[in-house]
Every structure is written in C-alpha cells, then in structure tokens.
Design a protein around this ligand. Structure first.
Ligand SMILES: [Zn+2]
Length: 477
C-alpha cells in the first residue's frame, strides 16, 4: 500500500485513485523563458521517479505537464531580447525538450501549451463570471477570493493574512479586494493580446493550469504536483478557480518538492544563482545527476555543492560497475542445472529481501533516499557473491540482474545500457586489433597487418596509418 504526504491535509494518506489502476496527474511545468536549471531538474527528476514507481506498481499514469509560454516573465524576456514572445517560447521549449531527454525524463502523456488554449481559458472565465466568482473591471477580469470560502486551505492561511505580494499589484484600483487575482489582463502596449468579451488582452498565469488540467484529465485529479514555491499563490489560486467552477474537489493529493540550494540560498533564476543543465551535463553523467537528486527525499531541501555532485559521480560509477559485471555474467553463464551452493541460496534470499525493502521504502511517500540505501546494500552483496562464489550460478545471477533492472527502471538510471555495452566492447576490441596489427608491422609482417586492416574495413572500421599513431573510425555505412 502506497502512502503519500499531501500538502492539503498535511497528513500521510493512503493512496487511492479515482479509477482503479489509473493515475490522473497534473504537474506544473516550466515557464519557457530561459534554460533549464538545477531547480527545474530537481522537481522534474523527483516527479519522474515517482511516476516511474507508480508504473512499476502497475498503475497506468496519465501525466500532463504544461509549458507556460505566455506570462509576464515571457514578455519581459521577449522585450529585452527584442523578439516575439512566440519566438522566445519556441527556442526555449526546444532547449527544454533536449535537456529533459538528456536527463532521461519520460515525456508527458500531454505537454499542453498555454498559447494554444486561449479560447478555452476565455470560456473558463465566462463560467466563473456567470457563477458570480469573478468580475470584470476596466478590461481586466479578477477572481473574487472572498466568494470562495475555502481560500487559503492549501497554504494553510486565513484570508485576512493573504496578500498577493510579489505576484499582484495590491494597490491596483481595478480590484475590489487586494488579494483578488487576475484571470484576464487588459492589453498593454508591446504585449501580445487576444480578443475576448472584455476587449483585447491575455489570460492570467494561474488560469492555464486549471483550464488545461480539466481539458486533459477532467474535473478532479488524483495528483497535482509542483515546486514548494507554487503552493502560494499559484496552487491556492488554481484550487479557487477550479473548485468554484466545477463544485468538485480539484485534486486528491497535492505533492510539492523541496528547494535545491546553492550555498544555502534558494536556487532560482531570479537570484541569478543557478546551474544550467546543459553545462552540468558537460561535466557529470545523467546518472550522477539523477542519483544526486534522488539520494534526498523529494520534500527535503538539497544543498548543491561541487563536492556533493563529484561524490554522486563516483557513487554512480561504482554502482554501474557492479550492475555491468552482473549483466555480463547473467548473459554469459549457463550453469543452471547444478545444485545450489550456500552462497547461491544466500544471494537468492537477499534478492527477495532487497526487493521487499525497496518497495517498503518507496511505498512510504516515495522515500528514494531509503530506496537507494537498499540498492547500495544489495549491490555490495551481489559484488561479494561475484567475487567469492566458486562457480557463478546462471539462474541465480539472472535473478540478481533482474532486480537491478527493476531498480534502474524506477530511478531512471543507466538507460542507454545496451548502446553503452556494445560501443564499449567494440572500442576495446578494435583497440586490441590495432595494437596487434602494430606488432605485426614492427615485424614487417605485411601479410597479417594487411589482413587485419582489410577484415576491419569489411566490418565497417576504417584504419588510417598516421606517422604517430593509427587512427580508426566506424565507416559511414
Ligand atoms: Zn500550474
């Protein structure tokens, strides 16, 4: 049984989906006005892993993650760079998709974009006005927070304490109440705009998630997630909009990931204190970055230091070595009929136990930190077996390999395994042949040396005899 901590109830709750076996999940995606940084990556890797775990537990996960392509910060960047908002959005969206793929993040079932849903957002606002939850004022439309009695329930604050500081102008004369937030913003010079019943303008940022989640997932979601910084006002406002319109609960479980800090300062683009993923992946492997993030529980803060990520790279490489070794034996060994030795029996027991412990850790609010502890323990035990056993039992080592595959599928690690394996092997074999050929050349054994070169060429490897060293490359076809 999976237990989830929900921000809404502030309790660890038993996870039950609306439709058995199906998870309807909306995750707030990025504003595409800059490169993907570590803060984005932390959130994305955490939720990608939870999604993978739910799939491991045989749920069908319908995962929707938006890209915000129209919003104040988009317009800011576009104006600064003297480019159209759409152009900025297209560029950074492509970079985001590239970086997401490089972090081995599964693509969402749908990645909706705000700009493509303006008409549906207008309809959503009309619905709220009709029901008396929103009002038009000089071409703007605002949500009347005093009409929604439960406003503040997610961020656990009373309405009198709520101020839309930093996100809304509290002195705006168009508002009836300072905490009211914009659903539609009147056209301003230099901003993109669309026609609406209230004149030309554009939707407020909070609206897109309420609207698009409803289109793709329905009135009530199983899971809604995002960074901690989105709890207020963004998610609070989403609840107000959605529940006022539909009269139904918006989401059954609210998941929020903790911050990632550099030198204890919050990581965010506005502080200019962030690491771009594209730069980070120049120095560290995808697996090291994922392991670094997942070694901490998703709700806890992470402090990013160079030492910590260096250590994650070392740990990841070590783990990979054992997994690789296990896989080699699993594919090569065929001693299946022999009786089980004591070491075989011990390892089989450990495999069963490790799987149980892993599931137990992950069932408890997706505790990847404890999950990794199980994986490291297990890898030490498999490593011991590989070194100590007189004879490797094929059936046993295959089971060990299977469990590594399960861990890898949940944590999203070492995914390019097969290509890595085959390229690594090809490289080693070619180097060996080149070396042997070099020996023949020294002995002036041209017959053998030419034979190796010709056979390699036949296999698609071209050799180039350079005065200093022999260069080789895989032929184009
Ligand atoms: Zn959102």
């Amino acid at each position: 049984m999976i237990k989830i901590y929900s921000t809404l109830t502030r309790l660890l709750e038993e996870f039950k989906t609306i439709k058995p076996g199906v998870v309807k999940w909306y995750n707030c995606g990025p504003t595409v006005n800059g490169l993907m940084h570590l803060g984005h990556a932390r959130s994305a890797i955490a939720f990608d892993t939870i999604r993978r775990y739910l799939e491991y537990k045989k749920y069908k996960v319908v995962y929707v993650m938006n890209f915000t392509d129209i919003e104040d910060r988009m317009i800011e960047v576009a104006n600064k760079e003297k480019r159209a908002v759409l152009e900025v959005a297209e560029e950074y969206l492509n970079y985001f998709r590239r970086d997401m793929a490089n972090l081995n993040l599964k693509t969402a079932t749908v990645h909706p974009r705000a700009m493509l849903h303006i008409n549906q957002m207008i309809e959503f606002i009309e619905g709220l006005i009709e029901k008396g939850y929103a009002y038009e004022s000089n071409g703007d439309v605002y949500f009347d927070v005093r009409k929604f009695e439960e406003y503040g329930k997610l961020s656990n604050q009373k309405l009198e304490n709520v101020l839309q500081e930093g996100t809304e102008d509290t002195k705006n004369p168009n508002k009836r109440f300072p905490a009211d937030f914009a659903l539609w913003k009147n056209e301003k010079p230099g901003e993109p705009s669309w026609s609406s019943p209230w004149g030309k303008g554009r939707p407020g940022w909070n609206l897109e998630c309420s609207c698009m989640s409803r289109i793709y997932l329905g009135d009530t979601l199983d899971i809604h997630s995002g960074g901690q910084d989105l709890i207020f006002p963004h998610h609070e406002n989403e609840i107000a909009q959605s529940e006022s319109l539909t009269g139904k609960p918006f989401a059954n479980y609210w998941l929020h990931n903790g911050y990632i800090n550099i030198d204890k300062e919050k990581m965010s683009k506005s502080l200019g204190n962030f690491v771009n993923i594209v730069d980070l992946l120049q120095h560290y492997s995808t697996d090291a970055v994922r392991l670094f993030v997942l070694q901490t529980h998703y709700r806890s803060p992470i402090i990013f230091t160079e030492d910590a990520i260096d250590q994650a790279q070392i740990t990841s490489d070590r783990l990979f070595d054992v997994i690789l070794l296990t896989k080699n034996y699993a594919t090569e060994t065929t001693v299946n009929k022999s009786a089980l030795s004591d070491l075989d029996k011990e390892l089989l027991e450990k495999i069963t136990k490790a799987r149980e412990d892993f599931v137990k850790a992950m069932d408890e609010d997706f505790n990847t930190s404890n999950g990794f502890a199980v994986v490291f323990d297990y890898s030490r035990e498999v490593n011991d077996y590989l070194r100590k056993a007189d004879q490797i039992n094929g059936a046993v080592i295959n089971k060990a390999d299977e469990l590594f595959n399960e861990f890898r599928s949940v944590f999203g690690l070492y995914e390019d395994f097969n290509s890595y394996l085959s390229m690594d092997l090809v490289e080693k074999l070619v180097k060996l042949l080149v070396e042997i050929r070099g020996e023949y050349r020294k002995e002036k054994n041209w017959e053998m040396s030419d034979k190796i070169r010709d056979e390699l060429k036949h296999a698609g490897v071209t050799l180039e005899d350079n005065p200093k060293r022999i260069l080789w490359k895989l032929s184009e076809n």
